[in-house]
Design a protein around this ligand. Structure first.
Ligand code: TRP
Length: 332
């Protein structure tokens, strides 16, 4: 490995939305030339809230297949399940011993989740950022693409890395946030002032990348707009319509101005259907590849196994360093 490492983890919860696709995944496809990219299905992280085991297993596998279906090439990127690489749990234990309880209690996501899951404020929930730090630091990651909600976790990762490096000697690369160029932001179809969320309880708010065409059409027709019936890009006063225009522009590959011109005076019904059509059309190959992949579990598991082996080889080197520095006895 000699290119800078980009690492990202994805919790296998909710759905992979067209917002994730436009805002993140399409960017990742381009990163592979300049970076060594590692994407982990963060299946240990999502255990911090209760999951139904059979559904969880299914969903994690489905997420893996969806990433492949989007065109993430397993030859050029490392794609794997976090739980298949034992070094994550191992390093996270050691990093726990270099992290203060107060630091974790201050995390805003911990506070939010503790409020939301009052009957299950488990240690994992508190420790979540340390596992995330382990994910990142194991691979000597230079850059982590993160949204606003994960900034604080990246900051604490940096603090832990610097602390460890200062106590011993340089061991971990101190990662930076990677702010992708102009990644378009996609908002909820039901509340265009809120980001489209992969776990929105309202099924009409988000569209999955493998959703069937009828359902996509229905959701776009129901999308919240405004009452002046003009297709004009104005995120401030027309967030709903502007959001649909962004989606159409990204999926249909045409500039916003062209959309404005083509749909001026045509009314929202026509525009919304066209927008849905652009999404359906663009995602067709993703849907088809996904169907083929889920029918070939043997192939999926082979790719997952190879990804885990490659990840583990890198993670193992970092772990060996860490063990030596903290003074654990080596068998060799
Ligand atoms: N916590 C991240 C999220 O919820 C997921 C995640 C786990 C992650 N490990 C990571 C993101 C490492 C970046 C790097 O979005």
């Amino acid at each position: 490995m000699n290119k800078p490492v980009v690492y990202s983890g994805i919790q296998p919860t909710g759905i992979i939305t067209i917002g994730n696709y436009i805002g993140a995944i399409t960017n990742w496809l381009k990163l592979a030339d300049d970076y060594d990219c590692i994407y982990g299905i963060a299946d240990l992280h999502a255990l911090t809230v209760r999951q139904v085991p059979s559904e969880y297993r299914q969903r994690a596998l489905s997420f893996f297949a969806q990433y492949l279906a989007c065109g993430l090439d397993p030859e050029k990127n490392i794609l794997y399940f976090q739980s298949h690489v034992h070094e994550h749990a191992e390093l996270s234990w050691i990093l726990n011993c270099f992290t203060y309880i107060g630091e974790m209690q201050r995390m805003t996501q911990f506070k939010d989740k503790a409020l939301k899951h009052q009957d299950n404020i488990n240690m994992g929930l508190l420790d979540y950022p340390v596992l995330m730090a382990a994910d990142i630091l194991l691979y000597q990651t230079a850059l982590v693409p993160v949204g606003a909600d994960q900034k604080q976790h990246l900051e604490i990762t940096r603090d832990i890395a610097v602390r460890f490096n200062n106590l011993y000697s340089p061991t971990f690369t101190v990662p930076e946030a990677y702010i992708p160029k102009q990644g378009a932001r996609v908002f909820s179809l039901q509340d265009p002032t809120a980001k489209m969320s992969k776990s929105d309880p309202d099924p009409n708010a988000a569209v999955s990348i493998i959703e069937d065409p009828d359902s996509i059409m229905r959701k776009f027709k129901r999308a919240v707009t405004d009452s002046d019936a003009e297709v004009r890009f104005d995120p401030e006063s027309k967030p709903g319509v502007s959001n649909l225009m962004t989606i159409m522009s990204e999926m249909g590959g045409m500039p916003i101005e062209e959309i404005e011109k083509n749909y001026s005076g045509k009314g929202y019904a026509v525009f919304k259907s066209a927008c849905a059509e652009a999404v359906i059309e663009h995602l067709k190959p993703v849907r088809e590849r996904y169907a083929a992949l889920t029918g070939d579990k043997e192939y999926l598991m082979r790719i997952a196994g190879e990804g885990a082996a490659r990840a583990s080889a890198i993670a193992g080197r970092t772990m060996a360093k860490v063990r030596r520095k903290v003074g654990l006895v080596s068998l060799k």
